[in-house]
Design a protein. Structure first.
Length: 589
C-alpha cells in the first residue's frame, strides 16, 4: 500500500478538482475541502481495508466464522432471556450477492446478523422541549460524525427519556448511529459520556450487543462499497432513505477480530499521511496564491511606466509557473481590468484628443437632448473630491461622474400582469442574465400596452448595458446585442448620449471592474442593492476615445489568453482525475 501511494504521489496531489467533503470518512483538510486525488486515495484506503488487502492475514487469527458462530449463540441467549426481541430471519446470502472474493479467515455476513439494527420509539413534536435530554435528528448525527460535537436545538424531558429507555432501544457506548434520511449512511460511534435520544426513521441504531470493534465498523460504513450499495437501493425519489430492513440485508465482509484491529491501525496511519499531503497541498496553494497576488499588486501600484515595465517583466519571466490554477488566472483577469481602468494597460499617445475635450462634447450633446425633450434635466452632481481620486491619472485622462459620461436610468418598478398571445413582449430582469447574454425564452411576457408605457421611460437599444441593482447577482450585467424590443424591470439601464463619443465596451469593462466590490458597498443586508443615485455618482477615470478602443482591444486579447490557459488547465486536471480513478479501479480489481 505504501508503494502504491509513493509511486503515484504526483497523481494523488495533482488531481485538483476541489469538491466539498462530506461528514463521512476520516481525516478532514483544514479548509473542509480535499483535492480529488487525495479524496480518491482516502476511498482507496478504506476499500482495500474491507477487501483484506490493506494488511497481511495471520493464519493464527481465530477465523471470522468462529466469531459469527459465537454471535449467533449469544443472540439466541439474549432472545431466550427476553433481553432482545426475536428478529425476522434474514435470507441466506447467495453467491451472486458476494461482490468479490475474501481472504482466508474472512466471512460474508449480513449487517443485521452481526448486531441488532433498529430505531427509536416515536417522539411527537408536542413532546419536544427547549432543554433536557438532547433529541437528535439525522442532521445532528451528520454534525457529530464530522465535528465530534453539535449545538442541539431539540430536547425531551428526563421523565420521557426514562420511559422511552424502558420501552425501546437506547444509545449506549460503542453502538453506532446511522443516518436514515437525506444524507444517508453517515455513522457515529456513541461515546461513554453521550446521553441522547433520537428520531425514529430519521436515524437508525446498530446495537453493538456482541462487543464488536466499533472503529472497524465505522471504517466499513464509510467505504465506497457500503455507500454505493445503500444509495443504489435507497427508497424515495427526491430524498434518499435507508430503512431498517434494507440496512439489515446489506452484505458485509467480516474479518477476524485481530485483523480488524490491525486494519484500523493501518487506516489511521494512512489517513494521517493523507492529512499531511492535504495540508502540504493547502499550504502550497495558499503560498502560490499569495505570491500571485503580491506580484500582480506591484503592477497596479507602480509609480511610473519604468517601474510598471520592470514589474511586468518579473511576472512574464515566470508566467508558466505563476498562472497554474483557476484562482491565479481569475486574479490575473481582475488585475487586467484594474490596469485597464487606471490607464496602465496600453501606452498613451500625445496626439489623442484629450478626455477633457471629449467631456465637453458629451456635455453639449447632453444639453441638446435636454433642450429637445429627449432626456430629462438632471440634478447637478457633486464636485469630485480629492479623496475620490484613487490614483494619479495618465496624461490626457480626466476624472468624471458616470452620469456625465452616460445616461443612467432604470427599468419599471411596477408589476405588470403576465400576458399571452402574439402581441406580447419580454419583461427582462437580472434573473434572465446568463453568461453575458439575455435568456428571452425564460422572461415573463407582458402586453403591448404595458411594454410601450415602460418604454417611454426606459427604451432599450442595441449596445445599451443592463446592470443588476439588487439581490445575490448584484453587479451582473449584459450588453444588449439584439434588436428585438423588450422591457426591463429592477435593473439599471446605461444609455449613451452619443455612441460616437463613448465606447460602449469600455464602459462595460469599467463596470465589470467595479462589480467586484459593489457587493460589499451595497446597502441592505438580506437583499443587497445599489441605488441609481449611487451609480450616477460613481467616479470614473475617462481616457481619450482613441485610447478607449486600444484598451478594449488589449483587454480582449489578454482575456482570450486567460481563457486558453483555463482550457489547458482543465484538460490537464481532467487527465489527472482520470488517472487517479484508473489507479483506484486497478487496485481494487
Amino acid at each position: 500500500m505504501m508503494d502504491l501511494i509513493s509511486e503515484h504521489i504526483a497523481t494523488w496531489t495533482g488531481a485538483r478538482i476541489v469538491k466539498p467533503k462530506g461528514g463521512r470518512g476520516r481525516g478532514r483538510g483544514t479548509n473542509g475541502q480535499s483535492p480529488h486525488g487525495i479524496k480518491k486515495l482516502r476511498e482507496l484506503i478504506l476499500e482495500l481495508a474491507v477487501r483484506g488487502k490493506l494488511v497481511p492475514q495471520d493464519p493464527n487469527d481465530e477465523p471470522a466464522s468462529v466469531l459469527l458462530g459465537k454471535i449467533a449463540k449469544e443472540k439466541a441467549r439474549l432472545i431466550k432471556e427476553g433481553k432482545i426481541k426475536k428478529q425476522k430471519t434474514l435470507p441466506k446470502l447467495s453467491e451472486d450477492e458476494k461482490p468479490y472474493l475474501l481472504p482466508n479467515g474472512w466471512e460474508w455476513s449480513r449487517f443485521g446478523e452481526i448486531g441488532i439494527v433498529g430505531s427509536s420509539s416515536r417522539v411527537h413534536q408536542k413532546d419536544w422541549t427547549d432543554n433536557g435530554i438532547p433529541f437528535l435528528r439525522a442532521r445532528e448525527i451528520v454534525k457529530l460524525s464530522k465535528f465530534g460535537t453539535v449545538d442541539n436545538e431539540l430536547f425531551i424531558t428526563e421523565k420521557l427519556y426514562k420511559t422511552l429507555s424502558n420501552n425501546g432501544i437506547l444509545p449506549e457506548s460503542d453502538d453506532l448511529m446511522i443516518t436514515g434520511v437525506g444524507t444517508i449512511g453517515v455513522p457515529y460511534i456513541v461515546n461513554p459520556t453521550d446521553k441522547f435520544y433520537f428520531k425514529d426513521a430519521s436515524v437508525l441504531i446498530f446495537k453493538n450487543y456482541f462487543k464488536l470493534f466499533p472503529p472497524f465498523l465505522y471504517c466499513l460504513l464509510t467505504t465506497p462499497y457500503w455507500n454505493n450499495l445503500i444509495h443504489e437501493n435507497s427508497m424515495g425519489t427526491t430524498v434518499h432513505t435507508l430503512t431498517i430492513s434494507r440496512a439489515k440485508e446489506v452484505p458485509v465482509p467480516f474479518p477476524p477480530v485481530s485483523e480488524q484491529h490491525r486494519i484500523v491501525a493501518k487506516v489511521d496511519e494512512l489517513m494521517a499521511l493523507c492529512d499531511k499531503l492535504e495540508q502540504q497541498q493547502t499550504d502550497s496553494n495558499d503560498t502560490h496564491q499569495t505570491l500571485v497576488e503580491t506580484l500582480l499588486t506591484t503592477l497596479t501600484t507602480s509609480a511610473d511606466p519604468a517601474e510598471f515595465t520592470l514589474s511586468w517583466q518579473r511576472i512574464a519571466a515566470h508566467f508558466d509557473t505563476l498562472f497554474t490554477t483557476e484562482e491565479s488566472i481569475d486574479q490575473l483577469k481582475q488585475n487586467i481590468l484594474q490596469l485597464a481602468v487606471m490607464g496602465k494597460l496600453v501606452p498613451q499617445k500625445p496626439n489623442d484628443e484629450p478626455a477633457s475635450t471629449l467631456l465637453e462634447k458629451i456635455a453639449k450633446e447632453k444639453a441638446r437632448l435636454i433642450k429637445e425633450g429627449k432626456i430629462k434635466k438632471q440634478k447637478p452632481l457633486p464636485k469630485i473630491s480629492d479623496d475620490e481620486k484613487l490614483f494619479v491619472l495618465p496624461d490626457g485622462w480626466e476624472w468624471s461622474r458616470l452620469q456625465e459620461v452616460i445616461d443612467v436610468r432604470d427599468g419599471t418598478h411596477d408589476s405588470p400582469k403576465d400576458a399571452v398571445g402574439s402581441d406580447t413582449y419580454p419583461l427582462v430582469t437580472s434573473k434572465n442574465f446568463q453568461n453575458g447574454t439575455i435568456r428571452f425564452d425564460e422572461a415573463r411576457r407582458i402586453s403591448a400596452e404595458d411594454h410601450f408605457n415602460i418604454s417611454k421611460r426606459s427604451f432599450v437599444e442595441r449596445d445599451d448595458i443592463l446592470f443588476s441593482m439588487i439581490g445575490g447577482n448584484l453587479g451582473n450585467q449584459v450588453m444588449v446585442d439584439d434588436d428585438q424590443p423588450f422591457s426591463v424591470k429592477n435593473v439599471a439601464l446605461f444609455k449613451y448620449y452619443n455612441k460616437e463619443l463613448t465606447t460602449p465596451v469600455f464602459i462595460k469593462k469599467f463596470m465589470e471592474h467595479l462589480a467586484l466590490d459593489l457587493q460589499s458597498k451595497a446597502a441592505g443586508g438580506a437583499q443587497p442593492f445599489v441605488s441609481l443615485g449611487f451609480l450616477r455618482k460613481l467616479v470614473i477615470a475617462l481616457p481619450p476615445i482613441a485610447e478607449q478602443h486600444r484598451i478594449v482591444a488589449k483587454v480582449d486579447e489578454i482575456m482570450a489568453l486567460c481563457d486558453t490557459l483555463k482550457e489547458r488547465l482543465h484538460d490537464a486536471q481532467t487527465t489527472q482525475v482520470q488517472l487517479a480513478d484508473a489507479i483506484v479501479e486497478q487496485a481494487v480489481a
